[in-house]
Design a protein around this ligand. Structure first.
Ligand SMILES: Nc1nc2c(c(=O)[nH]1)N[C@H]1C(S)=C(S)[C@@H](COP(=O)(O)OP(=O)(O)OC[C@H]3O[C@@H](n4cnc5c(=O)[nH]c(N)nc54)[C@H](O)[C@@H]3O)O[C@H]1N2
Ligand SMILES: Nc1nc2c(c(=O)[nH]1)N[C@H]1C(S)=C(S)[C@@H](COP(=O)(O)OP(=O)(O)OC[C@H]3O[C@@H](n4cnc5c(=O)[nH]c(N)nc54)[C@H](O)[C@@H]3O)O[C@H]1N2
Ligand code: SF4
Ligand SMILES: [Mo]
Length: 733
C-alpha cells in the first residue's frame, strides 16, 4: 500500500484524521545519520514507524511500510511525535523542590541519596506499605516487570498499582470471568471479512485511527457496521446503523439484544452446549429485557434495537469491538460481560472472521497489564494471592514466597490512603494522576500531604510539580524493549538516541535507587534484553506465557502473539480455536477454565453512581480528541497538535444550547457537585441533547477531572469517567 500522503484516494477515504502529507515531515534537507525501525510511542495500536536520526537527535520520520498492522499509515500524533525529544522542556537533570524557592537542578547522585534516605526513613518509621509505587502502561514490558519486582522485592511494599487502573481493567476482569484469559481474542485481520462489525463505546477514527482502515475494508466487502455511542463520532458517520445510547446504559442494550436473539432463535445451540456454561441463567436474566424496556432505559428507538439484533443474530461472521465508552463505568465489568454474552450466544468466536476484542489504550496497554505492576498480580498474569503462583515467581526471583507482599490497593485507593496518613511516601513513574484521576482537587490535596514524593518523567508533568525530587527518565526512543500491542502481539521498540544530559533509561534509575538503598538483590540487570529473558522465565507456564519469545523472533516475524510457549512455537494469533491447548484446560476445551468452557454471566443493570436530577440535570461524559494524548503532558507540547484542537470545548446539542441561551463559541460553565470548569461551547448536532462531552487532555482550570466522580466499579476499580451529573450556564469566561 502506498503511503497516505501520496494517495488522494486514501486522503479522501480516511480524511484528515489518517492522512498526512509529505510536507509534514521535517523539511530540513538534512541527511540523517541513521534510520531506526521502531513503533509509535503513543496508542495501543503501535504503528510501525522509521525514525530519522542526526547527531543523537530524532529529526523526523519516514513511513515504515513493512509493518503489517499499519502499512506505513500514521495518525497526526505519530507524525509529530519526533518533536518531543528536542523540546526545551525536556528534563536534562535531576531536580529538587524547595518549598520557598521552587525547583533547582541537583546532581543525580545527590538526588538518589535523598530518595533512598527518605524511603528508608518512611519505611522504618511507618512500615514498608507506607511507601507506595505508581507506574504506567506506556512503559515497556521490561520496565513494567522491573517495577513489579522493585516494589515487591526491593521495597517490600504491597502498594503498587498503575495507570491502566483508569483504562483497561474492566475489560480485563470481564474477559477473565468469561474466557479465563485477558487478551484480544482475534487478530485485526479477522475484521476484514466479518459480515457485521459491532462497535460499542469506541471512538475508533480518533482514538484507534488505523482500525478505521480495517472497519472500512470490511464495509467494502459488504459488512454492516453498527456503532453504539452517545455521539455521532467520525466512525459513526460512515456506519450502517447508529444507536445513540444514553451514557451508562449499555448492559441494558446487550441484554435486550440477547433477549431478541433467544426469542428469534438466532443462537448457535451446538456451540452453547459444547463450549459454554451458564446460558440458562443468562437467558432467564434477560427475559424481562423486552425491546420496549430496553428502549426506555437506553434511549434508543425500539426499531434500531430490533434492526441491530436482526443483523447481529443472523450474521454468519462478525466482530465485536468495544473500548472505554462501555468500560469507564461503575458497572464497567457488567457491560463487558453483557457484550461477551452476545458473542457467546452467536458462537462466533475462535474462528476466522469471528471475533471479539477490547481496543487497548496506552502504547503497552496489553503488556502493561500482564507482568506484575497491578496491585494483585505477579508476572505472566499470575495471581499474587495464589500460593502456587507466589512459589513459582519467588523461585525465579530467588526469594522466600512469604517475603512477597500480598495484594495492595488500587491506584485511587492509594490516594485515599495518602489522605488518611496511611501512606506517607510515593514514587510515581509514567503517570500523571493530578490530571487523569477523577475529582482531581482531592488528588492535589493528597499529593500535598505526602512527606516525600519522587517522580520519574522526561517532562515536568503537573503531578511532578508536587514532587520533592524529580528524576529525568527516558523517552521511548531513548531505550529498547518490547511492548504488546492491541492484538496481543509482542513487538520490539528500538533505541534511536541516547538519553541527553543527566537523563537515563528508566530501568537504570530504578536499579540505581535499589543500589542506593543497599537492596539491589535481583535488580542488577545490564540491559533490557537481560530483563526480558528473566520476564520470559517468570511468565513461563502462566496464562500470559512469553517464554518462547525472543528479540530475534520478534524481528523475524514482525511480532509474536502470546501465548508463546517454546522456541519452536510461532505464537498464538487467534485464541480459542477448536483443539487448541492451554495450561488450565489441558486439552478439555479451548477456553481457559478446567472444563475448557467459556462462561455466560448474568449481567445486572444498575444506574450510574450519580444520575441526573433537577439540580444537576445534564449528563457529562468525557474522552478524547484525535490530536491530543491522555493527560497531554506530551502532546500539549507539540505545536502542530495544539493547533489542531487548541483548547477543550463543551460539546452540546443545539436544543440544549438554545435552552441555556448559549451559542457556539460562547463561554459556558459546567458545574458538578465536585467542581466547575469554564470553557467555550461547541454546538453540534452530533450529540444527544441530554448529554455534554468534554475532552480531558488539559490541566488546571481547564481540566474536566475537576468535575468527574471518583465512584469505581466494585470488581475492576475503574473510575466512572463516562457519567456524572452537571448543570450548565452561559458565563463571561
Ligand atoms: N487521539 C487519542 N487516541 C488515543 C488516546 C488519546 O488520548 N488520544 N488514548 C488511548 C487510550 S489510553 C485509550 S484508553 C483509548 C480510548 O479510546 P476510546 O474508548 O475510543 O475513547 P474515549 O474518547 O475515551 O471514549 C470512546 C467513546 O465512548 C463514548 N461514550 C461515552 N459514554 C458512553 C456510554 O455510556 N456508552 C457508550 N456506548 N459509549 C459512550 C464517547 O462518546 C466516545 O466517543 O484511546 C487510545 N488512543
Ligand atoms: N475524564 C477522563 N479522565 C481520564 C480518561 C477519560 O476518558 N476521561 N481516561 C483515562 C485513561 S483511559 C487513561 S489511560 C489515563 C491516562 O492517564 P495518565 O497515565 O496519567 O496519562 P499520561 O499522559 O500517559 O501520563 C503519563 C506521564 O508519564 C510520562 N511518560 C510517558 N511515557 C513514559 C516513559 O516511558 N517513561 C517515563 N519515565 N515517563 C513516561 C508522560 O510524560 C506523562 O507525564 O487517563 C484516564 N483519565
Ligand atoms: S497514536 Fe496510535 S494510531 Fe496514531 S500513529 Fe501512534 S500508534 Fe498509530
Ligand atoms: Mo487508557
Amino acid at each position: 500500500m502506498s503511503i497516505a500522503s501520496d494517495n488522494p484516494d486514501i486522503i479522501e477515504r480516511f480524511g484528515p484524521h489518517l492522512a498526512y502529507s509529505s510536507d509534514a515531515r521535517l523539511a530540513t534537507g538534512v541527511e540523517p545519520d541513521k534510520l531506526v525501525d521502531t513503533h509509535c510511542c503513543f496508542c495501543g495500536q503501535q504503528c510501525g514507524i522509521r525514525l530519522k536520526v542526526k547527531d543523537n537527535e530524532v529529526i523526523g520520520f519516514e513511513p515504515r511500510e513493512d509493518f503489517p498492522f499499519n502499512h506505513g499509515m500514521l495518525c497526526p500524533k505519530g507524525v509529530k511525535r519526533y518533536l518531543q525529544g528536542s523540546h526545551p522542556d525536556r528534563l536534562l537533570s535531576a531536580y529538587q523542590r524547595d518549598p520557598r524557592e521552587g525547583f533547582r537542578a541537583i546532581p543525580y547522585p545527590e538526588a538518589l541519596d535523598r530518595v533512598a534516605s527518605e524511603i528508608t526513613r518512611i519505611q522504618s518509621s511507618f512500615g514498608n506499605d507506607a511507601f507506595a509505587v505508581l507506574t504506567g502502561a506506556s512503559l515497556t514490558n521490561e520496565k513494567a516487570y522491573l517495577m513489579g519486582k522493585f516494589a515487591r522485592v526491593c521495597l517490600k511494599t504491597a502498594n503498587i498499582d498503575y495507570n491502566g487502573r483508569l483504562c483497561m481493567v474492566s475489560a480485563a476482569a470481564g474477559n477473565k470471568k468469561a474466557f479465563g484469559i485477558d487478551r484480544a481474542a482475534n487478530p485485526w485481520a479477522d475484521i476484514l471479512r466479518a459480515e457485521v462489525v459491532w462497535i460499542s463505546g469506541a471512538n475508533v477514527a480518533e482514538c484507534a485511527p488505523i482500525t478505521t482502515n480495517y472497519v472500512w475494508q470490511a464495509r467494502e466487502h459488504g459488512a454492516k457496521i453498527i456503532v453504539v455511542d452517545p455521539r455521532i463520532t467520525p466512525i459513526a458517520r460512515t456506519c450502517d446503523l447508529f444507536l445513540p445510547i444514553k451514557p451508562g446504559r449499555d448492559i441494558a442494550l446487550f441484554n435486550g439484544i440477547l433477549h431478541l436473539m433467544i426469542e428469534n432463535d438466532w443462537l448457535d445451540h451446538g456451540f452453547i452446549d459444547e463450549h459454554t456454561v451458564g446460558f440458562e441463567a443468562a437467558a432467564e436474566h434477560v427475559k424481562d429485557w423486552t425491546p420496549r424496556r430496553t428502549a426506555e432505559v437506553t434511549g434508543i428507538a425500539e426499531r434500531g434495537i430490533r434492526q441491530a439484533a436482526e443483523w447481529w443474530g443472523q450474521a454468519k461472521t462478525s466482530f465485536l469491538l468495544h473500548a472505554r465508552g462501555i468500560e469507564h463505568h461503575t458497572h464497567g465489568v457488567q457491560n463487558v460481560l453483557g457484550a461477551i454474552n452476545m458473542v457467546l450466544a452467536s458462537g462466533r468466536i475462535g474462528r476466522e472472521y469471528c471475533g471479539y476484542a477490547t481496543i487497548t489504550g496506552q502504547g503497552n496497554g496489553q503488556g502493561g497489564r500482564e507482568h506484575g505492576q497491578k496491585c494483585d498480580q505477579l508476572p505472566g498474569a499470575r495471581d499474587v494471592s495464589n500460593p502456587e503462583h507466589r512459589a513459582y515467581v519467588a523461585k525465579v526471583w530467588g526469594v522466600d514466597p512469604n517475603d512477597i507482599p500480598q495484594a495492595g490497593v488500587d491506584a485511587y485507593e492509594i490516594f485515599r490512603k495518602i489522605d488518611r496518613g496511611e501512606i506517607r511516601g510515593l514514587l510515581s513513574i509514567c503517570f500523571n494522576p493530578k490530571v487523569s484521576l477523577p475529582d482531581n482537587s482531592f488528588i492535589t490535596r493528597a499529593l500535598e500531604k505526602l512527606e516525600f514524593f519522587v517522580v520519574i518523567d522526561f517532562f515536568l508533568s503537573e503531578t511532578a510539580h508536587h514532587a520533592d525530587v524529580v528524576l529525568p527518565g527516558s523517552l521511548q526512543e531513548e531505550d529498547e524493549g518490547t511492548v504488546t500491542q492491541i492484538e496481543g502481539r509482542v513487538i520490539k521498540i528500538n533505541k534511536a538516541v541516547e538519553p541527553p544530559g543527566d537523563a537515563r533509561e528508566d530501568w537504570r534509575i530504578i536499579q540505581d535507587i535499589a543500589k542506593q538503598l543497599g537492596r539491589e538483590h535481583g535488580l542488577t540487570f545490564n540491559s533490557p534484553r537481560e530483563i526480558f529473558n528473566e520476564l520470559r522465565e517468570a511468565s513461563r507456564g502462566g496464562i500470559a506465557d512469553y517464554s518462547g519469545i525472543t528479540y530475534e523472533k520478534i524481528e523475524r516475524q514482525y511480532g509474536v502473539c502470546w501465548p508463546c510457549r517454546g522456541e519452536d512455537d510461532p505464537g498464538t494469533l487467534r485464541l480459542f480455536e477448536a483443539g487448541s491447548w492451554n495450561p488450565i484446560a489441558k486439552g478439555a476445551g479451548p477456553f481457559y477454565f478446567p472444563d475448557g468452557k467459556a462462561r455466560f454471566n448474568a449481567a445486572a443493570y444498575t444506574a450510574p453512581a450519580e444520575d441526573v436530577d433537577d439540580e444537576y440535570p445534564v449528563i457529562l461524559t468525557t474522552g478524547r480528541v484525535v490530536s491530543q494524548y491522555l493527560s497531554g503532558t506530551q502532546t500539549r507540547r507539540i505545536g502542530p497538535l495544539v493547533d489542531q484542537y487548541p483548547e477543550p470545548r463543551i460539546e452540546m446539542h443545539p436544543r440544549l444550547a438554545e435552552k441555556l441561551d448559549i451559542k457556539d463559541g460562547d463561554w459556558a460553565t459546567a458545574e458538578s457537585r465536585r467542581g466547575s470548569v469554564t470553557l467555550r461551547a461547541m454546538v453540534v448536532t452530533t450529540i444527544r441533547p441530554d448529554t455534554v462531552f468534554i475532552p480531558y487532555h488539559w490541566a488546571g482550570r481547564r481540566s474536566v477531572n475537576q468535575l468527574t466522580i471518583s465512584a469505581q466499579d466494585p470488581i475492576s476499580k475503574i473510575p466512572e469517567y463516562k457519567v456524572c451529573a452537571v448543570k450548565l450556564r452561559r458565563s463571561n469566561g
